[in-house]
Design a protein. Structure first.
Lengths: 191, 191
DNA sequence: TAAAAATGTTAGTTATCACTAACTCTCATT
DNA sequence: AATGAGAGTTAGTGATAACTAACATTTTTA
């Protein structure tokens, strides 16, 4: 059986990813977790305490460098697939925090760092990868940074739209979206 | 000089695009608009009334069909530029509503329609455009819908990330992002 | 300039919310 | 059987927010 504090944190994140931090009351969290309000306060002192514990527990720091140093095979299609999947993987694990960060961006701008830092790091790795691929003569000589930004923006666009608007938006399944996107980039960039 | 009710609506939208509907108080709106709380209530009855009037006043319905029927020249680069600029133009005009829609999506799911409807409409027009281009033998024979979705997702990703995370994210200027993106798509899709 | 319309001021109502305090209940361990 | 930890219950405090009512003041207009 689940520990009480875990139940509370899970309930809090579940509610906050839909409504944000300040729009969710302790009462709601307690109901969702099936405990009394007092139990929540006893475990976490304040509402902010619940939130901070939840972020700490559920935020995920991806290790893109390892992936890059171990699994890159210098084949554009395979490598872009790997990169894209790693990105989706890390963003999916941080989905709740991503959604809360959006909603509370004016009150807790620090939260953005979790998301922004990951993305910037990946961006730099992709730039380095593209540069290497150009040196290996496997990619056309275009602006590596610009291509990296476009690639990441596309991935971000997919993740963001499916997270925020559920399937009511452009709805294509992740797998097929990914295949088509990578094919497009390969078509444009491969030498 | 600006009418009082316009001042209020403008203040409300300005505040709500950062914090959302329910996190902004009438007091804040009144201060921002430099009127008294009572004036706000006298003009709009309820807080919800302020919001509804603001949405009605500032939501923008783009006329993509007209653009497509008048300004398309059947040159992939020129046409994609036109399409992308029209998209950014309409989204920029709806930026405040877009940001509020995100924040209040669990309470006012109807709001999404303004954004989703525009995007879906544009998507269908792009699919039709790609199909025609293929028939004219100016584009490779790929899945038109998939390409349209990728193109729109990329544009959405740029708009969404710059709107939400200001310049702290992938920061490339709209103009150069657009040029590079369209060049990539042309490289991949042109025959 | 006088009436009318718009806005300000002040005080108050009701509801909700974060949080506290004091007390009770349950149940596993010894 | 006694203890103590974890959880529930109830009542309450102080703050804030939406909204109302009554009256005063300013601005616009005829």
């Amino acid at each position: 059986m689940q520990k009480t504090s875990d139940k509370i944190l899970h309930a809090a994140l579940t509610l906050m990813q839909d409504k944000g931090f300040q729009a969710v009351s302790i009462k709601e969290i307690a109901q969702q977790a099936d405990v009394s309000e007092m139990t929540v306060f006893r475990h976490f002192k304040t509402k902010m305490g619940v939130f901070e514990s939840a972020v700490e527990k559920f935020s995920y720091i991806p290790y893109f460098e390892e992936i890059f140093s171990n699994q890159i095979v210098w084949d554009l299609e395979k490598d872009l697939t790997l990169i894209a999947k790693s990105y989706f993987d890390s963003m999916n694990k941080n989905r709740a925090i991503f959604l809360i960060a959006i909603q509370e961006r004016s009150d807790f701008p620090e939260l953005n760092h979790v998301i922004v830092k990951n993305t910037m790091q990946l961006k730099n790795l992709i730039i380095a990868y593209f540069t290497s691929m150009q040196e290996k003569n496997q990619m056309k000589e275009t602006n590596a940074e610009a291509q990296a930004i476009i690639f990441l923006t596309t991935l971000y666009g997919y993740f963001s739209s499916t997270s925020l608007w559920k399937d009511h938006f452009l709805h294509e399944w992740e797998e097929s979206f990914l295949t088509n996107t990578i094919q497009l980039f390969c078509e444009a960039l491969k030498k």
